[in-house]
Write a protein that binds this ligand. Structure first.
Ligand code: CDP
Length: 207
């Protein structure tokens, strides 16, 4: 049986953590769709190849690159993510993943709006730009990257702007998505709220 959970939201809002926890709790497969765009951005930046061509031929080796989580790759990802042909090339893979028997969680920017508009559950996870920059800054500091807070905040805002204002599948909350604002929530509280919502929808579906 298919059961699709779509989780969208801006950078460092907590959607990755929530997605992983929900997948583990409910036994669903998990796809971090940001990695697809990160891989396309990283390969295109390295090779100078056309991003759409890279997206059409994306390989498991590209997805296993060790530099996908860097701040530089995040910016490259959001640049190639504005290209409609790049997005189109990645649709089938994401939709096939979404209907995996046993359930699937996909997190990204356009899962509830474009990739899986009929998802069984939709969540939109957000937080203030300052709080998200604080989290990303702490994460980078932990990895030995001493990028100043003000620069991290500027990066977060630049990426939000690019993601929300592009023509192709802009980042936005689906009308039927449940909003979770994690600005003042601990990780545990945010995960608990997502699980509560999913359980409530599951009970309604079974009633
Ligand atoms: O982890 P973080 O939230 O910082 O970023 P990510 O989810 O890995 O996404 C990196 C970039 O890929 C985003 O800024 C978007 O531009 C793009 N992206 C997208 O356009 N659509 C998705 N479904 C996922 C990511």
């Amino acid at each position: 049986m298919k059961f699709t959970v779509a989780i969208d939201g801006p950078a460092a809002a907590g959607k990755g953590t929530i997605s992983k926890a929900v997948a583990a709790e409910f036994g669903f497969a998990h796809l971090d769709t940001g990695l697809l765009y990160r891989a396309v951005g990283a390969v295109a930046a390295d090779t100078g190849r056309d991003p759409a061509g890279v997206a059409h031929t994306l390989s498991t080796d590209d997805l296993a690159r060790t530099d996908l989580r860097t701040a530089a790759t995040a910016q490259e990802a959001s640049k190639v993510a504005v290209i409609a042909e790049v997005r189109a090339a990645l649709v089938d893979f994401q939709r096939s993943f979404a209907v995996k028997p046993g359930g699937a969680v996909l997190d990204g920017r356009d899962i509830g709006t474009v990739i899986c508009p009929d998802a069984d559950i939709k969540l939109y996870v957000t937080a203030s730009p300052e709080e998200r920059a604080r989290r990303r800054h702490a994460e980078l500091t932990g990895k030995g990257d001493d990028k100043p807070f003000e620069e991290v905040l500027a990066d977060v805002k630049a990426r939000d702007h690019r993601d929300a204002t592009r023509d192709a599948a802009p980042m936005t909350k689906a009308a039927d998505a449940h909003l979770i604002d994690t600005t003042n929530l601990s990780i545990d509280a945010a995960v608990a709220e997502a699980a509560r919502w999913i359980n409530e929808q599951l009970s309604k579906a079974r009633a």
